[in-house]
Design a protein around this ligand. Structure first.
Ligand code: SAM
Ligand code: GLN
Length: 289
Protein backbone atom coordinates (compact mmCIF):
# COMPACT_ATOMS: atom_id res chain seq x y z
CA UNK A 1 0.00 0.00 0.00
CA UNK A 2 1.19 3.58 -0.68
CA UNK A 3 1.40 6.53 1.71
CA UNK A 4 -1.40 8.18 -0.22
CA UNK A 5 -3.75 5.20 -0.08
CA UNK A 6 -3.12 4.61 3.60
CA UNK A 7 -3.71 8.28 4.37
CA UNK A 8 -7.06 8.24 2.57
CA UNK A 9 -8.10 5.10 4.41
CA UNK A 10 -7.19 6.67 7.76
CA UNK A 11 -8.91 9.95 6.96
CA UNK A 12 -12.08 8.09 5.94
CA UNK A 13 -12.08 6.03 9.13
CA UNK A 14 -11.69 9.14 11.29
CA UNK A 15 -14.42 10.97 9.42
CA UNK A 16 -16.72 8.00 9.94
CA UNK A 17 -15.89 8.12 13.65
CA UNK A 18 -16.88 11.82 13.75
CA UNK A 19 -13.42 13.23 14.42
CA UNK A 20 -13.52 16.94 13.57
CA UNK A 21 -9.96 17.26 12.28
CA UNK A 22 -9.89 13.92 10.46
CA UNK A 23 -7.57 15.08 7.67
CA UNK A 24 -5.02 16.65 9.95
CA UNK A 25 -5.03 13.81 12.45
CA UNK A 26 -4.65 11.14 9.74
CA UNK A 27 -1.71 13.03 8.28
CA UNK A 28 -0.01 13.58 11.63
CA UNK A 29 -0.43 9.94 12.59
CA UNK A 30 0.97 8.81 9.26
CA UNK A 31 3.95 11.12 9.69
CA UNK A 32 4.44 9.75 13.18
CA UNK A 33 4.29 6.11 12.08
CA UNK A 34 6.50 6.60 9.03
CA UNK A 35 8.86 9.00 10.88
CA UNK A 36 8.56 11.45 8.08
CA UNK A 37 7.16 14.92 7.42
CA UNK A 38 4.45 16.59 5.43
CA UNK A 39 6.62 17.27 2.40
CA UNK A 40 7.73 13.68 1.99
CA UNK A 41 4.13 12.51 2.18
CA UNK A 42 3.06 15.03 -0.46
CA UNK A 43 5.96 14.46 -2.82
CA UNK A 44 6.19 10.70 -2.38
CA UNK A 45 2.52 9.83 -1.96
CA UNK A 46 3.09 6.76 -4.09
CA UNK A 47 5.91 5.41 -1.92
CA UNK A 48 5.13 2.04 -0.35
CA UNK A 49 4.72 1.63 3.40
CA UNK A 50 5.92 -1.49 5.19
CA UNK A 51 3.37 -4.01 6.53
CA UNK A 52 4.43 -3.02 10.08
CA UNK A 53 3.75 0.66 9.37
CA UNK A 54 0.37 -0.23 7.90
CA UNK A 55 -0.59 -2.24 10.96
CA UNK A 56 0.68 0.37 13.40
CA UNK A 57 -1.15 3.20 11.57
CA UNK A 58 -4.45 1.30 11.52
CA UNK A 59 -4.18 0.63 15.23
CA UNK A 60 -3.55 4.31 15.96
CA UNK A 61 -6.46 5.34 13.74
CA UNK A 62 -8.68 2.90 15.61
CA UNK A 63 -7.63 4.38 18.93
CA UNK A 64 -8.04 7.95 17.70
CA UNK A 65 -11.54 6.95 16.59
CA UNK A 66 -12.18 6.07 20.25
CA UNK A 67 -11.45 9.73 21.01
CA UNK A 68 -8.05 9.19 22.55
CA UNK A 69 -6.30 12.54 22.05
CA UNK A 70 -3.78 12.60 19.22
CA UNK A 71 -1.05 13.80 21.59
CA UNK A 72 -1.53 10.77 23.84
CA UNK A 73 -1.03 8.55 20.77
CA UNK A 74 2.15 10.29 19.64
CA UNK A 75 3.28 11.01 23.21
CA UNK A 76 4.21 14.63 22.57
CA UNK A 77 2.90 18.19 22.36
CA UNK A 78 4.77 21.29 21.23
CA UNK A 79 4.58 24.21 23.63
CA UNK A 80 6.60 27.43 23.43
CA UNK A 81 8.66 25.86 20.66
CA UNK A 82 9.66 22.94 22.90
CA UNK A 83 8.57 19.33 22.60
CA UNK A 84 6.94 18.06 25.79
CA UNK A 85 6.32 14.41 26.55
CA UNK A 86 2.72 13.76 27.61
CA UNK A 87 0.62 10.80 28.68
CA UNK A 88 -2.84 10.26 30.12
CA UNK A 89 -1.67 11.38 33.57
CA UNK A 90 -1.10 15.02 32.57
CA UNK A 91 -3.13 17.75 30.93
CA UNK A 92 -1.94 18.17 27.35
CA UNK A 93 -0.30 21.63 27.24
CA UNK A 94 -2.68 24.12 25.58
CA UNK A 95 -1.71 26.88 23.20
CA UNK A 96 -3.70 29.33 25.35
CA UNK A 97 -1.28 28.68 28.19
CA UNK A 98 1.53 30.16 26.11
CA UNK A 99 -0.08 33.56 26.85
CA UNK A 100 0.61 33.03 30.54
CA UNK A 101 4.23 32.09 29.82
CA UNK A 102 4.74 35.08 27.54
CA UNK A 103 3.28 37.50 30.09
CA UNK A 104 5.38 36.00 32.88
CA UNK A 105 8.56 36.14 30.76
CA UNK A 106 8.16 39.89 30.37
CA UNK A 107 8.49 40.27 34.13
CA UNK A 108 10.99 37.49 34.81
CA UNK A 109 14.48 38.81 35.48
CA UNK A 110 17.80 37.01 35.79
CA UNK A 111 18.18 34.94 38.91
CA UNK A 112 14.56 34.97 40.06
CA UNK A 113 13.02 32.05 41.97
CA UNK A 114 9.70 30.86 40.53
CA UNK A 115 6.97 28.65 41.96
CA UNK A 116 4.60 26.80 39.58
CA UNK A 117 1.59 25.42 41.41
CA UNK A 118 -0.28 22.59 39.62
CA UNK A 119 2.63 21.97 37.26
CA UNK A 120 1.29 18.90 35.37
CA UNK A 121 3.69 18.21 32.48
CA UNK A 122 5.90 21.03 33.78
CA UNK A 123 5.37 22.98 30.57
CA UNK A 124 5.01 26.43 32.20
CA UNK A 125 7.96 26.24 34.59
CA UNK A 126 10.30 24.51 32.12
CA UNK A 127 9.54 27.11 29.43
CA UNK A 128 10.18 29.96 31.89
CA UNK A 129 13.56 28.51 32.83
CA UNK A 130 14.44 27.71 29.23
CA UNK A 131 13.90 31.31 28.12
CA UNK A 132 15.54 33.11 31.06
CA UNK A 133 18.96 33.27 32.71
CA UNK A 134 19.94 31.77 36.05
CA UNK A 135 16.37 31.49 37.28
CA UNK A 136 15.42 28.58 39.53
CA UNK A 137 12.05 26.95 40.00
CA UNK A 138 9.88 24.65 42.07
CA UNK A 139 6.86 22.87 40.56
CA UNK A 140 4.20 21.19 42.64
CA UNK A 141 1.43 18.77 41.80
CA UNK A 142 -0.65 16.30 43.81
CA UNK A 143 -0.18 13.67 41.13
CA UNK A 144 2.97 11.58 41.43
CA UNK A 145 2.54 10.32 37.87
CA UNK A 146 2.31 13.87 36.54
CA UNK A 147 5.50 14.79 38.38
CA UNK A 148 7.31 11.90 36.70
CA UNK A 149 6.38 13.37 33.33
CA UNK A 150 7.46 16.84 34.45
CA UNK A 151 10.82 15.54 35.68
CA UNK A 152 11.38 13.67 32.42
CA UNK A 153 10.60 16.83 30.44
CA UNK A 154 12.92 18.96 32.56
CA UNK A 155 15.68 16.39 32.20
CA UNK A 156 15.39 16.27 28.44
CA UNK A 157 14.73 19.95 27.75
CA UNK A 158 16.87 21.64 30.38
CA UNK A 159 19.51 18.92 30.36
CA UNK A 160 19.37 18.35 34.06
CA UNK A 161 18.95 15.29 36.15
CA UNK A 162 15.78 15.94 38.11
CA UNK A 163 14.48 13.86 40.98
CA UNK A 164 10.91 14.37 42.09
CA UNK A 165 10.46 14.98 45.76
CA UNK A 166 14.15 15.56 46.39
CA UNK A 167 15.36 18.66 48.21
CA UNK A 168 16.04 21.61 45.96
CA UNK A 169 19.69 21.88 46.98
CA UNK A 170 21.81 23.28 44.19
CA UNK A 171 19.38 22.27 41.48
CA UNK A 172 17.89 24.68 39.02
CA UNK A 173 14.50 22.99 39.03
CA UNK A 174 12.75 20.60 41.37
CA UNK A 175 9.31 19.03 41.56
CA UNK A 176 7.42 18.30 44.76
CA UNK A 177 4.39 16.16 45.38
CA UNK A 178 2.39 18.69 47.33
CA UNK A 179 -1.19 19.83 47.80
CA UNK A 180 -0.60 23.42 46.63
CA UNK A 181 1.83 25.01 49.16
CA UNK A 182 1.83 22.07 51.61
CA UNK A 183 5.48 21.01 51.08
CA UNK A 184 6.81 24.25 49.65
CA UNK A 185 9.58 26.09 51.49
CA UNK A 186 11.05 29.56 51.22
CA UNK A 187 10.06 32.70 49.37
CA UNK A 188 9.60 33.32 45.64
CA UNK A 189 9.86 36.28 43.28
CA UNK A 190 7.08 34.96 41.07
CA UNK A 191 4.23 32.46 41.37
CA UNK A 192 2.52 31.04 38.28
CA UNK A 193 -0.39 28.64 38.08
CA UNK A 194 -2.77 27.09 35.61
CA UNK A 195 -4.94 25.32 38.17
CA UNK A 196 -8.04 23.24 37.43
CA UNK A 197 -10.76 25.83 36.78
CA UNK A 198 -13.71 24.11 35.10
CA UNK A 199 -16.91 24.05 37.13
CA UNK A 200 -17.62 20.49 38.35
CA UNK A 201 -20.92 20.20 36.51
CA UNK A 202 -19.36 21.45 33.28
CA UNK A 203 -16.60 18.79 33.23
CA UNK A 204 -19.07 16.17 31.99
CA UNK A 205 -20.07 18.35 29.05
CA UNK A 206 -16.52 18.71 27.65
CA UNK A 207 -15.50 16.96 24.45
CA UNK A 208 -14.85 13.22 24.94
CA UNK A 209 -11.10 13.61 24.34
CA UNK A 210 -10.89 15.87 27.39
CA UNK A 211 -13.69 14.43 29.54
CA UNK A 212 -12.78 10.77 29.17
CA UNK A 213 -9.04 10.82 28.55
CA UNK A 214 -7.46 13.71 30.42
CA UNK A 215 -7.18 13.58 34.22
CA UNK A 216 -10.32 14.90 35.90
CA UNK A 217 -8.08 16.09 38.69
CA UNK A 218 -6.49 18.47 36.19
CA UNK A 219 -9.82 20.04 35.20
CA UNK A 220 -12.28 20.17 38.09
CA UNK A 221 -12.10 23.54 39.85
CA UNK A 222 -14.98 22.83 42.24
CA UNK A 223 -18.60 23.93 42.19
CA UNK A 224 -17.92 27.47 40.94
CA UNK A 225 -14.55 26.71 39.29
CA UNK A 226 -12.76 29.13 41.60
CA UNK A 227 -11.67 26.80 44.39
CA UNK A 228 -7.97 26.86 43.49
CA UNK A 229 -7.78 30.64 43.05
CA UNK A 230 -9.19 31.13 46.54
CA UNK A 231 -6.85 28.56 48.09
CA UNK A 232 -3.77 29.91 46.32
CA UNK A 233 -4.63 33.50 47.25
CA UNK A 234 -5.15 32.43 50.86
CA UNK A 235 -1.66 30.96 51.05
CA UNK A 236 0.46 33.02 48.71
CA UNK A 237 1.36 35.80 51.16
CA UNK A 238 3.61 33.31 52.97
CA UNK A 239 5.54 32.40 49.81
CA UNK A 240 5.51 35.41 47.50
CA UNK A 241 7.89 38.30 48.27
CA UNK A 242 6.34 41.75 48.57
CA UNK A 243 6.52 43.29 45.11
CA UNK A 244 6.52 39.78 43.61
CA UNK A 245 4.14 38.85 40.82
CA UNK A 246 1.39 36.25 40.54
CA UNK A 247 0.14 34.93 37.18
CA UNK A 248 -3.01 32.82 36.87
CA UNK A 249 -4.50 31.18 33.83
CA UNK A 250 -8.29 31.50 33.99
CA UNK A 251 -11.40 30.41 32.13
CA UNK A 252 -12.88 32.84 29.60
CA UNK A 253 -15.59 34.03 32.03
CA UNK A 254 -13.51 34.23 35.21
CA UNK A 255 -11.44 37.36 34.53
CA UNK A 256 -13.35 39.94 36.53
CA UNK A 257 -14.06 37.60 39.45
CA UNK A 258 -10.42 36.54 39.77
CA UNK A 259 -9.33 40.16 39.42
CA UNK A 260 -11.58 40.98 42.40
CA UNK A 261 -10.20 38.07 44.43
CA UNK A 262 -6.63 39.21 43.74
CA UNK A 263 -7.37 42.79 44.70
CA UNK A 264 -8.98 41.62 47.95
CA UNK A 265 -5.84 39.58 48.64
CA UNK A 266 -3.66 42.70 48.42
CA UNK A 267 -2.50 42.59 44.80
CA UNK A 268 -1.95 45.86 42.93
CA UNK A 269 -2.00 46.69 39.23
CA UNK A 270 -4.10 43.63 38.54
CA UNK A 271 -4.51 43.04 34.79
CA UNK A 272 -6.67 40.68 32.76
CA UNK A 273 -4.97 39.58 29.52
CA UNK A 274 -6.77 38.12 26.52
CA UNK A 275 -5.73 35.13 24.42
CA UNK A 276 -5.41 35.14 20.62
CA UNK A 277 -9.09 34.25 20.39
CA UNK A 278 -9.96 37.50 22.20
CA UNK A 279 -11.02 35.69 25.41
CA UNK A 280 -9.85 36.61 28.91
CA UNK A 281 -7.11 34.08 29.68
CA UNK A 282 -4.61 35.40 32.24
CA UNK A 283 -4.88 37.53 35.36
CA UNK A 284 -1.72 38.93 36.93
CA UNK A 285 -0.76 41.37 39.62
CA UNK A 286 1.94 42.54 42.04
CA UNK A 287 1.77 41.81 45.74
CA UNK A 288 1.56 45.11 47.59
CA UNK A 289 3.89 46.09 50.44
N1 SAM B 1 0.47 23.44 34.46
C1 SAM B 1 0.06 22.44 33.49
C2 SAM B 1 -0.38 23.12 32.20
O1 SAM B 1 -0.58 24.33 32.23
O2 SAM B 1 -0.51 22.46 31.19
C3 SAM B 1 -1.05 21.55 34.04
C4 SAM B 1 -2.28 22.27 34.45
S1 SAM B 1 -3.67 21.25 34.87
C5 SAM B 1 -4.97 22.36 34.44
C6 SAM B 1 -3.77 21.30 36.62
C7 SAM B 1 -2.83 20.39 37.44
O3 SAM B 1 -3.12 20.59 38.82
C8 SAM B 1 -2.96 18.89 37.23
O4 SAM B 1 -1.71 18.34 36.89
C9 SAM B 1 -3.42 18.34 38.59
O5 SAM B 1 -2.88 17.09 38.91
C10 SAM B 1 -2.92 19.40 39.53
N2 SAM B 1 -3.60 19.52 40.82
C11 SAM B 1 -4.90 19.27 41.11
N3 SAM B 1 -5.14 19.52 42.41
C12 SAM B 1 -3.96 19.95 42.96
C13 SAM B 1 -3.55 20.37 44.27
N4 SAM B 1 -4.42 20.39 45.28
N5 SAM B 1 -2.26 20.73 44.46
C14 SAM B 1 -1.37 20.70 43.44
N6 SAM B 1 -1.70 20.31 42.18
C15 SAM B 1 -2.98 19.95 41.94
N1 GLN C 1 -8.10 24.79 29.13
C1 GLN C 1 -8.48 23.49 29.64
C2 GLN C 1 -9.59 22.93 28.78
O1 GLN C 1 -9.37 22.71 27.67
C3 GLN C 1 -8.82 23.55 31.11
C4 GLN C 1 -7.59 23.70 31.89
C5 GLN C 1 -7.81 24.03 33.33
O2 GLN C 1 -8.81 23.67 33.99
N2 GLN C 1 -6.88 24.69 33.85
O3 GLN C 1 -10.68 22.65 29.08
Amino acid sequence: MSYGELYLEGKGALEAAGIAEAELDARLLLEYVCKTDRNALLVHGDRQVTPEQEKCFRELIRRRGERIPLQQLTGTQDFMGLEFAVNEKVLIPRQDTEILVEEALRCLHDGMRVLDLCTGSGCILISLLQYSNNCTGVGTDVSKEALKVAAENAGRLLGEHVLTGSGEGEKRICFLQSDLFEKVEGMFDMIVSNPPYIRTRVVDTLMPEVRDHEPRQALDGGEDGLLFYREILRGCGNYLKKGGMLFFEIGYDQGETVRGLMEQAGFLEVCVVKDYGGMDRVVCGTLGF
